[in-house]
Write a protein that binds this ligand. Structure first.
Ligand SMILES: Cc1cc2nc3c(=O)[nH]c(=O)nc-3n(C[C@H](O)[C@H](O)[C@H](O)COP(=O)(O)OP(=O)(O)OC[C@H]3O[C@@H](n4cnc5c(N)ncnc54)[C@H](O)[C@@H]3O)c2cc1C
Length: 369
């Protein structure tokens, strides 16, 4: 029922704008309005804070169905979870009440600020500093590639509090607000895909944050950031599944209509085998993602492996499936008159963010079941 209702909403209110959002690289405001209107913008927030209280699998289904029609729009529920999960996992009761409720009510969005210009895969090499000064911390630094920067009101920012310890207890997490003095944003990045999702730098220039806005104890920020990714890599897998499903669905319809040699190209076994492989890879990726979502919900000990495996496998599958969908549309697939080239461009990012797929393989190797 959840899938059916999200699909109906996505097809009616989000899909019609997806090509324009991509073409003009503009924020999908229609999608935000539709998602907020149906309480689907941050479904993971628990009911006690006014949220829908969706479990990890239900959150996956929502993101999947939005991504099936518009990958950029699926970053609204996905990044709201990414940004706020550190507060849910490690924040004080006061922080949860203060920041989760506006998120649940659709009055604010949340971003996650880990990466920096010189610290991507090696996130522990970050330079952003937070220095204690009385009852507050003063933050200075640059966060790069921040999804929904400028649109979000709240930012979970990881910063170095003890340069000697770094990832071993020297990094702390804070909630920074858009309106805090000293917060500003860079120009939107010009990207290959997910063009409707704003990606900008976040500048922190002597930003004074009350100590109560630290998420968890001092020095626990890196562990919280990594624990968050264990859970949210599954939402990136969901996004990959959705993009791939959208491309497969479109290609399936197209090969029935397009005629060559006097018959639909779908009658050729060479085409049928491609579709069979696409559907097989997609279903395998879906099963792994759902198995990972169950582990996220239960906080199982093997979540780290499963989160990395689901993200890596589903994103690689999405890249292959969307590329094959372009192939199945022939020359038409290569043009912006059809949605599959957008889906192929959008799929690429799922192999890169929340840790590249090389990094996922490092994570899996260190956490073999
Ligand atoms: C559109 C977009 C949105 C993003 N959103 C966010 C966000 O909201 N918040 C946030 O914090 N970050 C975000 N990111 C950052 C993203 O997570 C990083 O880009 C990613 O982790 C890779 O870091 P990097 O770009 O510095 O690449 P690098 O770390 O410089 O990697 C370059 C290449 O080297 C490889 N490599 C690096 N180390 C190893 C190794 N040890 N073994 C094997 N290969 C290795 C990588 O896999 C990659 O192929 C976003 C990025 C993009 C492009």
């Amino acid at each position: 029922m959840l899938r059916e209702s999200v699909r109906a909403l996505a097809e009616a209110k989000i899909a019609p704008h997806a090509a324009d959002v991509d073409e003009r690289a503009r924020f999908p405001q229609e999608a935000l309005d539709a998602l907020v209107g149906s309480d689907l913008h941050a479904v993971h927030v628990p009911e006690e804070f006014g949220g829908a209280g969706a479990d990890a699998l239900a959150t996956v289904v929502v993101i999947e169905e939005v991504a099936r029609v518009c990958a950029s729009s699926s970053l609204i529920p996905a990044v709201n979870k990414l940004g706020s999960l550190p507060v849910m996992l490690s924040g004080s009761a006061e922080l949860k009440e203060r920041y989760l409720r506006p998120l649940a009510e659709g009055r604010a969005m949340f971003s996650y600020c880990l990466s920096e210009p010189d610290a991507g895969s090696d996130a522990g090499g970050m330079k952003t500093r937070a220095v204690r000064d009385g009852d507050s911390y003063v933050l200075n630094g640059v966060k790069r590639w921040i999804t929904n920067a400028g649109v979000s009101d709240y930012y979970t920012v990881m910063a170095v509090t003890d340069p000697e310890k770094r990832t071993r207890g020297g990094i702390s997490a804070f909630v920074v607000e858009k309106g805090d003095e000293g917060v500003s944003f860079g120009a939107p990045e010009k990207k290959l895909g997910i063009k409707g999702s704003p990606t900008r730098e976040v500048y922190l220039d002597n930003v004074r944050v009350p100590a109560e806005r630290m998420i968890g104890a001092e020095g626990t920020g890196f562990a919280t950031a990594m624990r968050t990714l264990d859970h949210t890599r599954i939402t990136i897998a969901a996004q990959a599944l959705g993009i791939a499903q959208g491309a497969l669905d479109y290609a399936k319809g197209y090969v029935r209509e397009r005629k060559q040699f006097g018959k639909p190209v779908g009658d050729f076994q060479g085409v049928q085998f491609m579709l069979a492989d696409m559907a097989m890879k997609l279903e395998a990726a879906r099963q792994l993602t759902y198995a990972a979502a169950a582990r996220s919900q239960r906080e199982d000990g093997d979540l780290t492996f499963f989160g990395a495996a689901a993200k890596c496998y589903a994103s690689d599958a999405a890249m292959e499936i969307t590329t094959d969908a372009v192939q199945l549309l022939g020359g038409y697939g290569f043009t912006r008159d059809y949605p599959v080239e957008r889906m192929m461009r959008d799929a690429k990012i799922t192999q890169i963010y929340e840790g590249t797929n090389q990094v996922q393989r490092i994570v899996m190797a260190r956490n073999l079941p």
